[in-house]
Design a protein around this ligand. Structure first.
Ligand code: TRP
Ligand code: ZN
Length: 869
């Protein structure tokens, strides 16, 4: 049966949080029987349905379906015909309060290009059910507050599908006839349908085990394609470390005898936390030094942990409805951030997390797609797997932790898990548990759940007599709107430094909970230097007209590494924003101060190399654009490049010295060696910025000699921006060497799309026609087009070609993989923020997309909202 694409004639229906009502029918038991085939899989579902005693009405049973038709429907073993279909759903009148409903469906996994529901990938079968994919497999209420016990039997050809996996415990397996075999899995835990998973295919497994804190042995398995087995070690280590960390930090123990992970190459997102059977994008599992960069290693560690942590924050306690998505995602992101900080460097991890927040979430929060971490309405829930729900959601919970401290926070989370275990909970339940367990009052703090937008905080420190007086005020107003007074609860970690000695004299947590607040600090004969929002204690934008000399002071003396980094960033932001608004009028800014401060950092004894690498890089062009009312990407790019050149030429010897010192360190995965590679990468890019030919030679040498992907790729990245003939040579060598390795080839595509060369637009167009390019693989699509849209200088070319290319992509992709297509819309959706010419072209492309008949619900929602309709 062909995949039925959901389309609509008018604007799609809006689902509202306030309309929530409990399910009319409960489904305590689900028994699924799969007759597996790549082109045809028959699904026999037996649902044990009961009227919800909490509901007095006598509604018929309504089971959600998406693109499926029932081959037959049985009630209590008897075939019935009085069912109806409505918008793809199955409606069945039922006389009594409890029945057995059996439904057979037939699906074609090979035709499933949406990668939701049951789909074929690389000759195997795999599922993705969150958020609403289960209804593409069989009819079911398919809402997260309907929890069931699942038994799954699957049968298929033993050679095509030697491995048969589902959630929970394997209770039976055996052979049938004609070379077929079967397996029966039973998951003893109640779960919502979105956590159901099935995998069938020819896979090899890395087996290990973990003994839990109560002494139970858990069998661990990571299933991959033949040939990938040697690249699963890092993921396995990350898994065991995650299991241990969650026991120690949150008191959470694993609750099944089996924990399996399967890696697949065609996957819409990073990974999925299905109970006892996580399914991963290969890019978050496979790693070895020859094919994965240090960043890839970190990504794997973080995502493996994230999915594992969902076992408690998401699975044992799940969401009542999808408006509560941040309940599991925000909390789980916080947990994975804490874990990664523990495994590596805490300040460097914080810097990275804040970079992501600013690059992805701040623009979202200031644009037409802004929404609170607990949204009030949506058209398509897939569009709400956003940086706001995930990353701002994590920041909001982190603020609670900052305000009440680790011990009380833990008492709060203990109470939360205890109180809501086995339930489908709300964000409100979480906040109340933190209040009750952590002994605090979060009444006003709850605004973070209901209000969108990033608060702006203005802070000024004055000196009167022997007091330092801190004046704070907060406002809110997305984009170009008039800012309005705001009443968020904003915890600001501050410190006051002695200007003469550089000593930290006073540290405090100031909670701003009114539009304005003044705090006095006594005992300061001299005016101290203010360090504020230390560790990024609140996800706000600080509007500070701060003395550049103070920023330089903090960049050298602040004892919070994050704040040192921030001070340096702010100094560069002030300079660059000033330079752009003066239309390139020259070096009236703080360039000399920046050069001196960076020189001092480069000369500092004992400064960590990973931290130093972060410190010396100017803020991203996208983030700089955010600081301006109207974005001119070309001007931003030119000024940022100019600052980079200044830093490159004035500190040339130092970059070379650091480069040499870092390059001399032999490869290992130890933190010291990794930090050296990080700094080496930055140093190399500065060397090339000062002298392109010398840089290209050095990079090519590094490229040829590298015995690991981090150094090979950073060399290639440096070359990719140059006009050097060595660039083509290196790209070709790389391609020939890795053409069979999809994940590495993704890097090859991505790097060329990120090139700052003037011909990148044409290169991207040519690469889209490359034999190895395909729209069927989300990783490949993201590697080419995702990278290109991140390339501010080239994507926003004044010809408007970039916008046209992106709109064409969205239009083509929409019928094939709507979820993926819709994810490219927000780039164009920011049209209002750009200068006139670009703005008009971006908007016109959105209009062109909106005009397409039969646009998916996913893309339609994003486009309509972007146009303000
Ligand atoms: N819940 C998953 C996570 O955060 C992500 C997820 C949601 C997902 N929907 C998906 C993954 C669709 C793949 C496809 O870990
Ligand atoms: Zn998640």
């Amino acid at each position: 049966m062909a995949d039925v694409q959901k389309t609509f004639a008018q604007a799609p229906t809006i689902i509202r949080r306030e309309d929530y009502s409990p399910p009319a029918w409960l489904v305590p038991d689900v028994a699924l029987d799969f007759d597996l085939g790549l082109a045809s899989t028959k699904v026999h579902a037996r649902l044990d349905v009961r009227r919800n005693p909490d509901r007095a009405d006598r509604e018929p049973l309504r089971l959600k379906g998406d693109g499926i038709t029932p081959l037959d429907v049985l009630v209590d073993g008897e075939k019935v015909n009085d069912w109806q279909m409505e918008d793809g759903d199955l409606i069945l009148p039922l006389p009594a309060d409890a029945h057995h409903v059996s439904i057979t469906t037939d699906i074609n996994p090979s035709d499933n290009t949406q990668l939701m529901g049951l789909f074929a990938t690389n000759g195997m079968l795999c599922t993705q059910c969150e958020a609403e994919g289960f209804r593409r497999i069989t009819f079911h209420p398919d809402r997260p507050d309907v929890l069931s016990r699942y038994t799954v039997r699957m049968e298929g050809d033993a050679r095509t599908f030697p491995v048969l996996l589902s959630n929970g415990d394997l209770v039976e397996e055996g052979e049938t006839e004609n070379g077929r075999h079967y397996a029966v899995w039973n998951d003893p835990h109640l779960k919502p349908s979105y956590l159901f998973a099935l995998v069938a295919g020819d896979l090899v497994v890395n087996r290990d085990h973990f003994t839990t804190m109560s002494g139970r042995k858990v069998d661990l398995g990571i299933f991959v394609r033949e040939g990938d087995l040697e690249r699963t070690g890092h993921a396995m280590t990350a898994l065991k470390n995650s299991m241990k960390w969650d026991e120690e930090t949150y008191g959470r123990e694993y609750d099944l005898d089996i924990f399996n992970i399967v890696a697949v190459s065609d996957f819409n997102m990073g990974a999925m936390e299905n109970k006892g059977l996580n399914i991963f994008n290969t890019r978050y599992i496979l790693a070895d030094p020859d094919t994965a960069t240090d960043n890839d290693y970190d990504g794997i560690e973080g995502v493996v942990a994230h999915e594992y942590f969902h076992n408690w924050s998401g699975n044992r306690v799940t969401c009542r409805d999808w408006f509560q998505l941040s309940l599991k995602e925000g909390f789980t992101v916080l947990r994975d951030q804490q874990f990664s900080a523990h495994m590596g460097s805490e300040p460097v991890k914080r810097i990275e997390d804040v970079r992501i927040l600013r690059a992805a979430q701040f623009p979202e929060d200031g644009g037409p797609l802004a929404h609170p971490i607990r949204p009030d309405s949506y058209m398509e829930i897939s569009n709400f797997y956003t940086a706001t729900i995930y990353n701002k959601g994590a920041e909001v919970i982190r603020m609670m932790l900052t305000m009440i401290g680790a011990e009380r926070f833990r008492q709060g989370t203990d109470l939360y898990f205890d109180r809501h275990d086995g339930e489908a909970a709300t964000c409100e339940d979480f906040v109340r548990a933190i209040e009750d367990g952590g002994k605090t009052d979060l009444t006003q703090f709850r605004r973070w759940y209901s209000e969108a937008g990033t608060p702006h905080v203005a802070a000024t420190l004055s000196h009167q007599g022997d007091s330092a007086v801190l004046k704070l005020s907060q406002t809110k107003g997305a984009g170009t709107e008039e800012p309005a007074p705001s009443e968020m609860v904003i915890p600001l970690r501050i410190a006051l430094f002695d200007r003469a000695t550089g000593r930290n004299l006073r540290e405090e947590l100031v909670v701003l909970d009114a539009p304005e607040k003044t705090v006095s600090f006594d005992g300061f004969a001299e005016a101290p230097v203010l360090s504020i929002n230390r560790g990024f204690s609140a996800p706000i934008i600080l509007d500070s007209r701060r003395d550049p000399a103070d920023l330089a002071f903090l960049s050298a003396h602040d004892d919070d590494p994050f704040s040192r980094f921030e001070a340096m960033q702010q100094l560069m932001i002030d300079h660059l924003v000033g330079a752009v608004s003066q239309d390139g009028a020259g070096d009236s800014g703080h360039a000399p101060l920046i050069v001196d401060s960076i020189a001092a950092a480069l000369d500092e004894e004992g400064i960590g190399r990973a931290f130093l690498a972060e410190m010396v890089q100017p803020p991203a062009e996208s983030f700089l654009g955010e600081q301006m009312l109207l974005i001119d990407p070309a001007a931003i790019h030119a000024e940022r490049a100019r600052l980079r050149t200044t830093l490159a030429t004035s500190l040339q010897d130092r970059w070379q010295a650091h480069y040499d010192a870092c390059a001399a360190i032999p490869f290992s995965l130890e933190p010291e060696a990794r930090a050296a590679r990080r700094l080496q990468t930055v140093a190399l890019s500065y060397i090339a910025a000062a002298d392109e030919d010398a840089g290209a030679d050095l990079a090519f040498g590094q490229f040829e000699q590298a015995n690991n992907m981090t150094q090979r790729l950073s060399a290639l990245a440096t070359l990719s921006h140059t006009q050097s003939p060595k660039r083509e040579a290196a790209l070709d060598i790389f391609y020939q060497r890795y053409r069979e390795d999809a994940l590495v080839l993704d890097k090859w595509f991505g790097l060329q799309a990120l090139s700052l060369r003037g011909d990148t637009m044409e290169a991207v167009r040519a690469l889209s026609q490359h034999p190895d390019f395909t729209l069927k693989n989300p990783n490949r699509v993201r590697s080419l087009y995702g990278s290109f849209t991140a390339n501010q200088a080239r994507f926003h070319d004044l010809s408007g070609e970039g916008y046209r290319m992106l709109a064409d992509l969205i239009l083509t992709l929409d019928g094939q993989n709507a979820q993926l297509a819709a994810r490219f819309v927000p780039t164009l959706g920011r049209w209002r923020r750009f200068e006139e010419q670009r703005s008009a072209m971006m908007r016109a492309e959105l209009e062109r997309i909106a005009d397409k008949p039969d646009l998916s619900k996913d893309t339609s929602e994003q486009v309509l909202k972007s146009l303000g309709r």
